[in-house]
Ligand binder design. Structure first.
Ligand SMILES: Nc1ncnc2c1ncn2[C@@H]1O[C@H](COP(=O)(O)OP(=O)(O)OP(=O)(O)O)[C@@H](O)[C@H]1O
Ligand SMILES: [Mg+2]
Length: 255
């Protein structure tokens, strides 16, 4: 198999005396979509934050294209250009228009030509059906629209890999679909992606590989059909059962 685009080796993360992640190793290959699922508090967000330099690692290594990026030698502003990240809270600048939100980093950090950046921004906005919104301010957009703008803002930097941390978690149900559709389209277009989500049917549909985290470590991993149909660990089974139980309860409540 080809060299991993992103390789995590024995990653450890402590906050003070508390160990949050321990001995986490995984590989993401070019064009692969890897999904991480696991119970609340097990360390999924912390893991993604360690990958793109938002949190220093306590031990182990993160390699991008074979180069170590977790030893403090690569500035975060550079890591962000290679590893894009989208969060649950979109974190757009409220005082800037959509176009300025998108163009800020490519012009200020990558020193790209402002006209080229504006053209590319308009192209990307048109592709996600938000062509008319370039001069709108974030407060004038729906949650789903803001989240798609946040994705465009990361994508315009031409990252090699995109990290998504529960990007639909704070959206109204009818807006979840438009954001998931955009991610699905990115995946089909060959984008390498590492996705943390609680949307199990989406996870199953989009993933090439699934990792189940619990208590700061990988409990099991595999192809989505295997994990979702036949988890090999009791913890994996219990986690999936809780989703089936909740789904059934919701259906009973509305019927
Ligand atoms: N900056 C921090 N300082 C101290 N502890 C932290 C910090 N950030 C996270 N933690 C702790 O690390 C653990 C893992 O948190 P994390 O946010 O990574 O979980 P998660 O799997 O993303 O959960 P969720 O599904 O609810 O988003 C939690 O116990 C949390 O309290
Ligand atoms: Mg989280």
């Amino acid at each position: 198999m080809t060299q991993s685009l992103l390789k995590v080796e024995n990653l450890r993360k402590d906050f003070g005396a508390q160990t949050i992640l321990q001995d986490v190793s995984l590989d993401v290959h070019q064009g692969e979509v890897v999904v991480i699922v696991g119970p609340s508090g097990c360390g999924k967000s912390t893991f993604l934050r360690c990958l793109n330099g938002l949190e220093p690692v306590t031990g182990g290594r993160v390699l991008l294209d074979g180069k170590c990026i977790s030893d403090g030698s690569v500035p975060r502003s550079e890591i962000c250009q290679h590893i894009g990240m989208v969060f649950q809270s979109y974190d757009l600048f409220n005082h800037l228009t959509v176009l300025d939100n998108i163009a800020l980093a490519p012009v200020e950090v990558q020193h790209r030509d402002p006209e080229e950046v504006r053209c590319r921004s308009r192209e990307l906005l048109a592709r996600i059906g938000l062509a008319g919104k370039e001069n709108a301010y974030p407060r004038e957009l729906s949650g789903g629209q803001k989240q798609r703008i946040a994705m465009v803002r990361a994508l315009i930097l031409n990252p090699e890999i995109m990290l998504f941390d529960e990007v639909t978690a704070s959206l109204d149900p009818e807006m979840v679909r438009e954001v998931l559709d955009m991610m699905m389209e990115l995946a089909r277009g060959g984008m390498t992606m590492l996705i943390v989500t609680h949307e199990m049917s989406f996870a199953r549909a989009v993933a090439d590989k699934v990792y189940f985290f619990d208590q700061g470590g990988i409990v099991e991993s595999g192809a989505p059909a295997d994990f979702f149909e036949h988890p090999v660990t009791a913890r994996g089974q219990k986690f999936l059962d809780s989703f089936i139980f909740n789904e059934r309860r919701t259906k009973e409540r509305i019927s």
